[in-house]
Design a protein around this ligand. Structure first.
Ligand SMILES: O=c1ccn([C@@H]2O[C@H](COP(=O)(O)O)[C@@H](O)[C@H]2O)c(=O)[nH]1
Length: 273
């Protein structure tokens, strides 16, 4: 999917919501556990209830790897379901990969060619040659961790290195890498006060923003400094949507929670017109 197609979807659906598919079998409703593939069944119901309100879906790969071969199969069925039934949505494999070049190539192949995700999250720590194999894929997107939503972000990311915070160096250095048009960044919603600085370095890039909902990040705060001319934001909520109810009505309630966020986004988009 191209960035233009993503932006068109944002305006069409009046939404820049990304629904996180982080399936924990200890949290799904009991009746789902009786089905043959509970992870896929849960995802399918969540997708069916939210696809008209969301422009992106983000399975975090940890939640699938934790269930071994079965989990990987459920992930494959989930991405196939999305690509077949909702090809207009942007898909994100939240895998936080990155290794020496030839190994990164295999990660890129796994998520872009085999599973056919539109994008994958990567960690910047191993540098340019660890990211370029992802960027080499045309019309696929690489989403690099910049300033994460957790408390541990202050351990390294905000530390001064040669007079500049490390996360700013990550942004400034990577923005000129080959095919950086297809490079997006992760910035936590809990770090909204950093967004003005971030936008001064990468005004045009898309940001994947997790941390709204369960982690307490605020949508309005993020939009105030994070939004750009092509919107440039994908706001993720996982637990706040998918586990809003653990009853028979879980999909309906997930739809209601997604709708609450989408309505706020529609208001913000209307004000941008
Ligand atoms: O900085 C980061 C990077 C990734 N995440 C991931 O996003 C979701 C957030 O889930 P919630 O339930 O909405 O809190 C999850 O997959 C994280 O691993 C993040 O939270 N922060």
């Amino acid at each position: 999917m191209t960035t233009k197609q993503l932006v068109d979807q944002i305006w069409k659906k009046k939404s820049f919501l990304c629904v996180g598919l982080d399936v924990d079998l200890n949290k799904v409703p009991k009746h789902i556990l009786e089905t043959e593939d509970p992870i896929f069944e849960f995802n399918k119901k969540i997708i069916d209830a939210t696809h008209h309100l969301a422009v992106a879906y983000k399975p975090n790969i940890a939640f699938y790897e934790a269930y071994g071969l079965k989990g990987w199969k459920s992930l494959e069925k989930t991405i196939q379901y999305l690509n077949t039934n909702h090809p207009e949505v942007f898909t994100i494999a939240d895998a936080k990969r990155g290794d020496i070049g030839n190994t990164s190539s295999m990660y890129a192949k796994a998520f872009f060619e085999d599973l056919e995700f539109d994008s994958v999250t990567v960690a910047p720590y191993m540098g340019k040659d660890s990211i370029e194999p992802f960027l080499a894929f045309e019309d696929k997107h690489t989403i690099m961790l910049a300033l994460t939503s957790n408390q541990g972000a202050f351990d390294f990311q905000t530390k001064m290195v040669d007079g500049t915070e490390l996360y700013k160096q990550v942004l400034d250095t990577s923005k000129d890498w080959k095919n950086a048009d297809n490079l997006m960044y992760v910035v936590g919603a809990t770090k909204a006060e950093y967004l003005a600085d971030i936008r001064s370095i990468i005004p045009d890039s898309f940001l994947l923003v997790p941390g709204v909902g369960a982690q307490g990040g605020n949508l309005q705060d993020v939009c105030k400094y994070g939004i750009n001319d092509q919107i440039g934001l994908l706001i993720n909520s996982s637990r706040g949507i998918i586990y809003a109810s653990d009853g028979l009505d879980f999909d309906m309630v997930a739809g209601e929670k997604a709708k609450e966020l989408q309505l706020q986004m529609a208001e913000i988009l209307d004000a941008k017109k």
